[in-house]
Design a protein around this ligand. Structure first.
Ligand SMILES: [Mg+2]
Length: 227
């Protein structure tokens, strides 16, 4: 029996365009001004140092804060998953959500399906490459209201990469559940393959634009939980 319903975000609970057409452009526009105003706060100072260390290591040159901003903007354009960029973006999005500049997109079937899963005695978890902080913002300020009271577990790449079998084994250990008690939902077949090889049940979520696969597929969560 499935006890934990584990959801990917981008392309699964949330339109993939939300990240690329709302969040990334917002962080790009606000990054220079944000760094200028917040560079002396500990978390931001550390992140800037981290950028400077990466550039020194990879390109052999020292950069100032302005150079770090330029580098961060380049990484946004390249969609580079660098810890310092994620840290700073998290703070920028924090402000954006709290000022109501945008809401976290979730498909309309997400909120009602979460409710039915909880009513049936199931639990809900999230596993996304976006930081746990960013995950809580999406669901906390979502188009369906604050969904965070319904979510029990959040995992990001600190538990391991989404295409690695061991990440899913780690999730089992952390939640004290057997792999067959967890069903993982994602739009990416390689992630489903990794979860399945760890013993989890898997479902391919095929939203508009997602390519089909040989995994069991659903178009939305209207049929959840399975009875
Ligand atoms: Mg995805």
């Amino acid at each position: 029996m499935i006890k934990l319903y584990l959801f990917d975000i981008e392309g699964t609970t949330t339109d993939i365009n939300f990240v690329h057409k709302v969040l990334f452009p917002y962080s790009k526009i606000h990054l220079p001004e944000f760094v200028q105003h917040h560079q002396h706060e500990k978390a931001i100072t550390e992140a800037i140092k981290d950028v400077q260390a990466t550039v020194l290591k990879e390109e052999g040159r020292s950069i100032d804060v302005g150079g770090a901003v330029e580098k961060l903007l380049q990484w946004i354009a390249e969609d580079r998953k660098h810890g310092a960029l994620k840290e700073i973006q998290g703070h920028i999005w924090d402000l954006g959500y709290s000022k109501n500049d945008f809401k976290g997109h979730v498909y309309p079937d997400v909120g009602p399906s979460f409710m039915r899963i909880l009513d049936a005695g199931g639990k809900i978890g999230i596993y996304s490459s976006g930081s746990v902080h960013a995950q809580k913002l999406i669901f906390g300020y979502s188009t369906a209201g604050d969904l965070t009271p319904m979510i029990d577990h959040y995992f990001d790449t600190k538990i391991g990469g989404k295409r690695d079998r061991t990440s899913y084994a780690n999730i089992c250990n952390t939640t004290h559940l057997a792999p067959e008690e967890i069903r993982f939902f994602s739009d990416i077949p390689e992630e489903l393959e990794a979860a399945q090889s760890a013993g989890m049940a898997v479902t391919h979520v095929v939203r508009p634009g997602t390519k089909v696969s040989n995994f069991p597929m659903i178009a939305d969560f209207n049929g959840l939980p399975e009875t």
